[in-house]
Design a protein around this ligand. Structure first.
Ligand SMILES: [Zn+2]
Length: 429
């Protein structure tokens, strides 16, 4: 593989200043960030990105799904775009690194390459993708761009119709515009993303970067345990149809099942709503949010069968009805082996230690994997904390991630992408 500019590095001071400025938007006093997709603070972060890209003399583009791009054109007619991306939205009361780090790495890489006066064979595009975290519709921006999003996904937003409509209005987006954001796959040269690991494997192993092998499959179910409201003082416990008992028994049993039968997989009951919800009323309905993840598609299907059987058994045990609704089912996604090789080579050029590892979290990269060469780099998360204000990555590791992205972008964009990937494949063989 060609190694055109092995000594080029990002500007660490500018990178840091950008991170600090962005971290102030939607900052929470505990050191975290609260920027749910299309909230005022999320739109504020996007405005910051827009302004920053313009100041860097990059071309700014916003598509119908709200995806914000900064572009560095190569000037060749019909050139394809190598996308470097992540997301500026956060989970509610989340951290400052999950997403923004990848967007800032991408922006920094474009600025570095522009200032070095290099011309590549592809357009480079730093992209901030809409609603990766699924405040409304999970990975809405990347799925819209890659043509995987349909009207039915927009018809059932996690936030509810009213909140979604308000959010779209705030951002100036429409259903039609979102669905029209699809790009021709032929126009995509690849997709690369730097992200924090959100786990503790790299830190424990003392390894600088992780080269992601694939992204786990994720399924979301809404379970409704239906019983009967009763006077909590007069109806004997044994005669109740208490929806809370079934839902809680299920949550405990699901943990045991996954620990016993599905090593390497995870299950979560992340929310329970009790109705009517009072001290003195036996719960008539409990609505539970069930999520499970597996790196293997067949295993993901077996988990579905076993966990739903378990929910039915616990509902029966407490004389309840059970309603199940599948909200999301995303298959596991392998990353491109040739891109993994390019990323590992980039780490080696920088004298960084690296290891292959699967991602337990979903990422926008999975939207691109079927359409173009796609890869991800992980940098260590201190203590493995993520989706919380404790989320942190040592600054030297953030810089490493940006430099790996820079070197990989040069390798993938420095020559005709097809030939470069072919060379990489040859060296794998
Ligand atoms: Zn993320």
């Amino acid at each position: 593989m060609s190694d055109p500019f092995p000594h080029l590095r990002i500007d660490e001071d500018r990178f840091r200043a950008g991170f600090d400025a962005l971290s102030r938007i939607g900052a929470t006093p505990d050191g975290g960030a609260h920027r749910p997709a299309l909230s005022e603070d999320h739109l504020g972060a996007r405005a910051w990105f827009h302004e920053r890209a313009e100041r860097a003399e990059l071309e700014v583009h916003v598509d119908g799904a709200g995806n914000h791009s900064a572009r560095l054109r190569c000037g060749l007619p019909g050139a394809r775009a190598l996308l470097l991306g992540s997301h500026l939205d956060s989970v509610p009361h989340g951290g400052r690194y999950d997403g923004p780090l990848g967007v800032l790495c991408a922006l920094e890489v474009l600025q570095t390459i522009r200032e070095a006066g290099l011309s590549l064979a592809v357009d480079l595009e730093a992209i901030d993708l809409t609603d990766e975290e699924g405040a409304h519709v999970s990975m809405m921006g990347s799925r819209a761009l890659t043509g995987a999003l349909r009207e039915e996904h927009l018809a059932h937003p996690h936030s509810g119709d009213e909140a979604f409509a308000q959010a779209l209005a705030r951002a100036g987006l429409t259903h039609d515009g979102i669905l029209a954001a699809q790009r021709d796959p032929v126009s995509l040269a690849g997709y690369l993303e730097v992200h924090i690991e959100q786990g503790s494997r790299l830190e424990r192993a003392g390894t600088d970067v992780g080269v992601v092998t694939g992204i786990v499959g994720i399924t979301w179910y809404r379970l409704r345990f239906l019983g009967r409201a009763d006077h909590s003082g007069t109806r004997p416990v044994a005669e109740r149809r208490d929806a809370a008992q079934g839902a809680c028994a299920f949550a405990l049993a699901a943990r045991e099942t996954v620990l016993r039968d599905y090593p390497g997989c995870v299950v979560n009951v992340g929310d329970m709503r009790f109705e009517p919800g009072a001290f003195n009323v036996v719960p008539a309905v409990v609505t539970a949010a069930l999520e499970y993840r597996s790196p293997d598609g067949d295993q993901q299907h077996r988990m579905e069968r076993d966990l739903l059987d378990l929910a039915r058994a616990q509902a029966e045990r407490f004389d309840l009805e059970l309603e199940t609704e599948c909200l999301e089912a995303i298959a596991p996604t392998p990353m491109d082996e040739r891109v993994q090789h390019i990323l590992a080579s980039a780490a080696e050029r920088l004298c960084l230690t690296h290891t292959p590892l699967p991602s337990g979290a979903g990422h926008d990269a999975q939207s691109f994997a079927d359409l173009c060469p796609t890869g991800m780099v992980f940098v260590p998360s201190v203590g493995g904390y993520s989706h919380s204000p404790q989320e942190r990555t040592r600054w030297a590791d953030c810089v490493n991630g940006a430099n790996v992205l820079l070197q990989a972008a040069l390798a993938m964009g420095g020559a005709e992408i097809g030939q470069d990937l072919q060379d990489s494949q040859d060296s794998l063989d």
